[in-house]
Design a protein around this ligand. Sequence first.
Ligand SMILES: [Zn+2]
Length: 349
Amino acid sequence: MAASSIEDLSRQFRAALDAASSPADLKAVRDDFLSRKQGRVTALVKSIATAPPEERRALGSLANALKQDIEEALDARDAVMLATAGPKDAVDVSLPARRPWVGRRHPLTQVRERVEDIFMAMGYQVIVGPEIEDDWHNFEALNMPASHPARDMQDTLYLSAPVPAPDNGRAATLLRTHTSGMQIRYMEAHDPPVRIIAPGRVYRRDNFDATHTPMFTQVEGLVVDEHISLGDLKGTLNAFAEEFFDAKVTTRFRPSFFPYTEPSAELDVECQGCSGRGCGLCKHTGWIEILGCGMVHPAVFEAVGYDANRYTGFAFGMGIERLALRLYGVDDIRMFYENDLRFLEQIAL
Ligand SMILES: [Zn+2]
């Protein structure tokens, strides 16, 4: 046992390492030199015990240095082989990667945020309010007193029994049937000028079918100031439609009726499915209704204490589900609530 045999072993290892051309070869070299039972370095270290005492310390440190060199050289070669190995030996870095499953926001959330972004860019404030509403904010202050026939237009889910006039009003509680109550809530708390949108869930006693759900989402809009005209309403909503559909769209304002606006209108956009010629999507009319709107009725201003001689304003309301149906060309509203991933994954804005 001498220092020269340690050098021999080092040379033998280098030769064996150079000859190794596969991970299997490399493992054989590792076993040959480092195996606990038969490894040549292990044997060398054991043999030091039989060397003359004055040489043991020097031999021991040489042997340890060799062992460390061998381990490092093997590890380095392992890493190189792994990086350059073919598919048989290791990971094939040229294979297409498995795509991680990325979550995303629900299509209805995306549409709502798109609407919010458009109006925020026009300087509107986004406000939210309670889904449990009282009779005053949902009906009475919106020019729909207890006897008003317009209340029949909405199948209301009451939480407490409607109280007959004249004591009705704030006492009766219900699930709001529209977001229009937010007009009242905001005007009661703020003086003009007003420029808000109010998104939120609303509830009606509807069946669950292709075109109706008992819960859906609306976005209410309200602008009040001096000198607000029907021209402002049309300009604003035309600009919204073009932004929303990301295209030059042809629109028309069709006279309609709401108790809390006068005059009232519905905004239609030319059907993009058929360019106005008529198809199943537009029920062969060539037009698709996207929202209701109108100039704020003076009775509404009176209910909140605004001076109807000084201020005018316009309001609008749109259904997020309906907009989503049109944007994505979906023909069954239930698809948005069944949360079938095969459907949801097809939809991205
Ligand atoms: Zn059409």
